[in-house]
Design a protein around this ligand. Structure first.
Ligand code: ADE
Length: 250
Protein backbone atom coordinates (compact mmCIF):
# COMPACT_ATOMS: atom_id res chain seq x y z
CA UNK A 1 0.00 0.00 0.00
CA UNK A 2 1.31 3.42 -1.00
CA UNK A 3 1.82 6.11 1.62
CA UNK A 4 2.95 9.40 0.12
CA UNK A 5 5.08 11.75 2.19
CA UNK A 6 4.53 15.39 1.27
CA UNK A 7 7.03 17.84 2.60
CA UNK A 8 7.85 21.53 2.43
CA UNK A 9 10.23 23.70 4.42
CA UNK A 10 7.81 26.31 5.73
CA UNK A 11 4.20 26.39 6.93
CA UNK A 12 3.45 28.87 4.12
CA UNK A 13 4.44 26.20 1.61
CA UNK A 14 2.49 23.33 3.12
CA UNK A 15 -0.50 24.50 5.20
CA UNK A 16 -2.77 24.44 2.17
CA UNK A 17 -1.84 20.81 1.58
CA UNK A 18 -2.53 19.98 5.24
CA UNK A 19 -6.02 21.37 4.65
CA UNK A 20 -6.56 18.94 1.76
CA UNK A 21 -6.27 15.99 4.17
CA UNK A 22 -9.35 14.01 5.12
CA UNK A 23 -9.46 11.86 8.26
CA UNK A 24 -6.69 14.12 9.54
CA UNK A 25 -4.67 13.17 12.61
CA UNK A 26 -1.62 14.93 13.97
CA UNK A 27 1.50 13.60 15.64
CA UNK A 28 4.21 15.68 17.30
CA UNK A 29 7.71 14.22 16.99
CA UNK A 30 11.01 16.06 17.39
CA UNK A 31 9.52 19.56 17.34
CA UNK A 32 7.58 18.89 14.16
CA UNK A 33 3.93 18.17 13.54
CA UNK A 34 3.13 15.35 11.12
CA UNK A 35 -0.38 15.29 9.67
CA UNK A 36 -1.70 11.95 8.42
CA UNK A 37 -4.84 11.36 6.41
CA UNK A 38 -6.01 10.85 2.85
CA UNK A 39 -6.11 13.01 -0.26
CA UNK A 40 -8.45 11.57 -2.92
CA UNK A 41 -8.43 8.31 -0.97
CA UNK A 42 -4.63 8.16 -1.16
CA UNK A 43 -2.85 7.84 2.19
CA UNK A 44 -0.51 10.76 2.82
CA UNK A 45 1.63 12.29 5.57
CA UNK A 46 2.21 16.04 5.37
CA UNK A 47 4.82 18.04 7.30
CA UNK A 48 6.94 21.17 7.14
CA UNK A 49 10.55 20.63 8.16
CA UNK A 50 11.78 24.19 8.72
CA UNK A 51 14.57 25.58 6.58
CA UNK A 52 17.91 23.90 5.89
CA UNK A 53 19.61 20.60 5.22
CA UNK A 54 19.68 19.25 8.78
CA UNK A 55 16.03 20.11 9.50
CA UNK A 56 14.84 18.57 6.24
CA UNK A 57 17.03 15.46 6.54
CA UNK A 58 15.77 14.80 10.07
CA UNK A 59 12.17 15.26 8.94
CA UNK A 60 12.37 12.93 5.97
CA UNK A 61 14.05 10.29 8.17
CA UNK A 62 11.05 10.46 10.50
CA UNK A 63 8.64 10.18 7.56
CA UNK A 64 10.46 7.05 6.42
CA UNK A 65 11.03 5.35 9.78
CA UNK A 66 7.94 6.34 11.77
CA UNK A 67 5.33 6.84 9.05
CA UNK A 68 6.56 4.20 6.57
CA UNK A 69 6.18 6.43 3.52
CA UNK A 70 6.73 4.64 0.22
CA UNK A 71 7.51 7.79 -1.79
CA UNK A 72 8.25 11.44 -1.12
CA UNK A 73 7.10 14.60 -2.84
CA UNK A 74 8.84 17.82 -1.81
CA UNK A 75 7.19 21.09 -2.76
CA UNK A 76 8.38 24.61 -2.08
CA UNK A 77 10.02 27.71 -3.46
CA UNK A 78 13.49 28.33 -4.91
CA UNK A 79 15.67 31.15 -6.17
CA UNK A 80 16.10 31.21 -9.95
CA UNK A 81 19.65 30.81 -11.28
CA UNK A 82 19.14 30.00 -14.95
CA UNK A 83 18.42 33.31 -16.74
CA UNK A 84 15.28 32.00 -18.51
CA UNK A 85 13.53 31.36 -15.18
CA UNK A 86 10.89 33.82 -14.02
CA UNK A 87 9.05 34.15 -10.74
CA UNK A 88 6.11 31.75 -10.90
CA UNK A 89 7.81 29.12 -13.09
CA UNK A 90 8.02 25.57 -11.75
CA UNK A 91 11.18 23.45 -11.77
CA UNK A 92 11.22 19.68 -11.30
CA UNK A 93 14.61 18.81 -9.85
CA UNK A 94 15.67 15.80 -11.88
CA UNK A 95 19.16 16.09 -10.34
CA UNK A 96 20.11 17.41 -6.91
CA UNK A 97 23.51 18.52 -5.63
CA UNK A 98 24.69 19.86 -2.26
CA UNK A 99 26.63 22.91 -3.41
CA UNK A 100 28.16 23.50 0.05
CA UNK A 101 29.65 20.01 0.50
CA UNK A 102 33.45 20.16 0.32
CA UNK A 103 35.49 17.49 2.12
CA UNK A 104 38.43 17.95 -0.24
CA UNK A 105 41.18 16.89 -0.33
CA UNK A 106 39.80 13.78 1.42
CA UNK A 107 37.06 13.47 -1.19
CA UNK A 108 36.36 15.36 -4.39
CA UNK A 109 34.53 18.65 -3.81
CA UNK A 110 30.72 18.14 -3.77
CA UNK A 111 30.99 14.37 -3.31
CA UNK A 112 29.10 13.02 -0.29
CA UNK A 113 31.87 11.30 1.68
CA UNK A 114 31.71 7.49 1.64
CA UNK A 115 28.57 7.53 -0.50
CA UNK A 116 30.64 8.19 -3.61
CA UNK A 117 28.04 10.41 -5.25
CA UNK A 118 27.59 14.13 -5.67
CA UNK A 119 24.33 14.07 -7.64
CA UNK A 120 21.10 12.40 -6.52
CA UNK A 121 18.33 11.76 -9.01
CA UNK A 122 14.60 12.16 -8.57
CA UNK A 123 12.65 9.01 -9.46
CA UNK A 124 12.02 8.89 -13.22
CA UNK A 125 8.45 7.54 -12.84
CA UNK A 126 7.55 10.24 -10.32
CA UNK A 127 9.09 12.87 -12.61
CA UNK A 128 6.87 11.69 -15.49
CA UNK A 129 3.81 11.65 -13.23
CA UNK A 130 4.53 15.14 -11.99
CA UNK A 131 5.24 16.44 -15.51
CA UNK A 132 1.88 15.16 -16.73
CA UNK A 133 0.04 16.28 -13.62
CA UNK A 134 1.32 19.83 -13.51
CA UNK A 135 0.78 20.43 -17.25
CA UNK A 136 -2.79 21.12 -16.22
CA UNK A 137 -1.63 24.05 -14.09
CA UNK A 138 -0.15 25.74 -17.17
CA UNK A 139 -3.12 25.21 -19.45
CA UNK A 140 -5.81 27.79 -20.16
CA UNK A 141 -4.43 30.37 -17.80
CA UNK A 142 -5.44 28.06 -14.98
CA UNK A 143 -3.21 29.83 -12.45
CA UNK A 144 -5.06 33.04 -13.24
CA UNK A 145 -8.13 31.42 -11.72
CA UNK A 146 -6.45 30.56 -8.42
CA UNK A 147 -4.05 33.48 -7.93
CA UNK A 148 -5.45 36.99 -7.51
CA UNK A 149 -4.97 39.47 -10.35
CA UNK A 150 -3.22 41.73 -7.89
CA UNK A 151 -0.62 39.10 -7.00
CA UNK A 152 -0.11 38.03 -10.64
CA UNK A 153 0.65 41.65 -11.44
CA UNK A 154 2.83 42.21 -8.40
CA UNK A 155 5.05 39.23 -9.23
CA UNK A 156 4.83 39.81 -12.97
CA UNK A 157 3.50 36.30 -13.60
CA UNK A 158 2.14 36.00 -17.15
CA UNK A 159 2.44 32.53 -18.61
CA UNK A 160 4.49 30.49 -16.17
CA UNK A 161 6.36 27.49 -17.54
CA UNK A 162 7.61 24.11 -16.38
CA UNK A 163 11.31 23.26 -16.47
CA UNK A 164 13.37 20.26 -15.41
CA UNK A 165 17.02 20.02 -14.45
CA UNK A 166 19.62 20.47 -11.74
CA UNK A 167 18.70 21.96 -8.38
CA UNK A 168 21.52 23.01 -6.04
CA UNK A 169 20.88 22.92 -2.29
CA UNK A 170 22.87 24.22 0.65
CA UNK A 171 22.66 26.06 3.93
CA UNK A 172 22.89 29.41 2.19
CA UNK A 173 20.25 31.93 1.20
CA UNK A 174 21.38 33.45 -2.12
CA UNK A 175 21.21 37.22 -2.05
CA UNK A 176 23.78 38.56 -4.53
CA UNK A 177 25.27 38.03 -7.96
CA UNK A 178 28.67 36.93 -6.59
CA UNK A 179 27.07 33.93 -4.91
CA UNK A 180 25.28 33.09 -8.14
CA UNK A 181 28.44 33.46 -10.24
CA UNK A 182 30.34 31.22 -7.86
CA UNK A 183 27.71 28.49 -8.09
CA UNK A 184 27.43 28.79 -11.88
CA UNK A 185 31.22 28.46 -12.20
CA UNK A 186 30.90 24.99 -10.66
CA UNK A 187 27.47 23.99 -12.01
CA UNK A 188 26.58 26.01 -15.11
CA UNK A 189 23.46 23.89 -15.69
CA UNK A 190 21.88 24.85 -12.32
CA UNK A 191 18.22 25.80 -12.69
CA UNK A 192 17.55 27.07 -9.19
CA UNK A 193 18.77 27.09 -5.58
CA UNK A 194 17.11 26.17 -2.33
CA UNK A 195 18.08 24.83 1.07
CA UNK A 196 16.63 21.30 1.43
CA UNK A 197 16.19 19.31 -1.77
CA UNK A 198 19.55 17.58 -2.06
CA UNK A 199 19.57 16.72 1.65
CA UNK A 200 16.14 15.10 1.36
CA UNK A 201 17.38 13.41 -1.80
CA UNK A 202 20.38 11.92 -0.01
CA UNK A 203 18.28 10.44 2.80
CA UNK A 204 15.72 9.03 0.33
CA UNK A 205 18.56 7.52 -1.69
CA UNK A 206 20.06 5.92 1.41
CA UNK A 207 16.71 4.36 2.35
CA UNK A 208 15.72 3.46 -1.21
CA UNK A 209 12.64 5.70 -1.19
CA UNK A 210 11.66 7.20 -4.57
CA UNK A 211 11.33 10.98 -4.42
CA UNK A 212 10.76 14.06 -6.51
CA UNK A 213 11.64 17.67 -5.69
CA UNK A 214 9.32 20.34 -7.12
CA UNK A 215 10.11 24.04 -6.76
CA UNK A 216 8.33 27.24 -7.69
CA UNK A 217 10.56 30.22 -8.42
CA UNK A 218 9.99 32.88 -5.75
CA UNK A 219 12.92 35.19 -6.49
CA UNK A 220 15.99 35.56 -8.71
CA UNK A 221 18.50 34.73 -5.96
CA UNK A 222 19.88 38.28 -6.24
CA UNK A 223 19.79 41.49 -4.20
CA UNK A 224 15.97 41.51 -4.37
CA UNK A 225 15.68 37.93 -3.16
CA UNK A 226 14.79 38.63 0.47
CA UNK A 227 11.84 40.85 -0.40
CA UNK A 228 10.61 38.73 -3.33
CA UNK A 229 11.05 35.46 -1.41
CA UNK A 230 9.17 36.76 1.62
CA UNK A 231 6.26 38.21 -0.32
CA UNK A 232 5.95 35.30 -2.74
CA UNK A 233 6.14 32.73 0.04
CA UNK A 234 3.47 34.44 2.10
CA UNK A 235 1.14 35.23 -0.78
CA UNK A 236 1.33 32.47 -3.41
CA UNK A 237 3.55 29.53 -2.51
CA UNK A 238 0.68 27.75 -0.77
CA UNK A 239 -1.54 28.10 -3.84
CA UNK A 240 1.15 26.47 -5.98
CA UNK A 241 1.67 23.64 -3.47
CA UNK A 242 -2.07 22.95 -3.30
CA UNK A 243 -2.47 22.89 -7.08
CA UNK A 244 0.65 20.76 -7.58
CA UNK A 245 -0.36 18.17 -4.97
CA UNK A 246 -4.02 18.11 -6.06
CA UNK A 247 -3.01 17.44 -9.65
CA UNK A 248 -0.47 14.77 -8.73
CA UNK A 249 -2.83 12.83 -6.44
CA UNK A 250 -5.83 12.65 -8.73
N1 ADE B 1 14.71 29.53 -1.67
C1 ADE B 1 14.01 30.52 -2.26
N2 ADE B 1 14.80 31.55 -2.61
C2 ADE B 1 16.07 31.19 -2.24
C3 ADE B 1 17.32 31.83 -2.32
N3 ADE B 1 17.46 33.05 -2.88
N4 ADE B 1 18.41 31.18 -1.80
C4 ADE B 1 18.26 29.97 -1.23
N5 ADE B 1 17.10 29.32 -1.13
C5 ADE B 1 16.00 29.93 -1.63
Amino acid sequence: QRIIGIMGALPEEINGVVNLLQHKEEYKIGKRTYYTGTINNQKAVVVFSRIGKVASAATVSTLILKFNITELIFTGVAGGISPHLKIGDIVIGTDLVQHDMDASPLFPQFEIPLIGKSIFKSDSKLIENVKNAVQHIFENEYLHQVISAEDLKKFNIHSPKLYTGLIASGDLFFKDQLQKDHLISHFPETQCVEMEGAAVAQVCYEFGIPFVIIRTISDDADQNSVVDFTEFTVKVSNIYSIEIVKNIIK
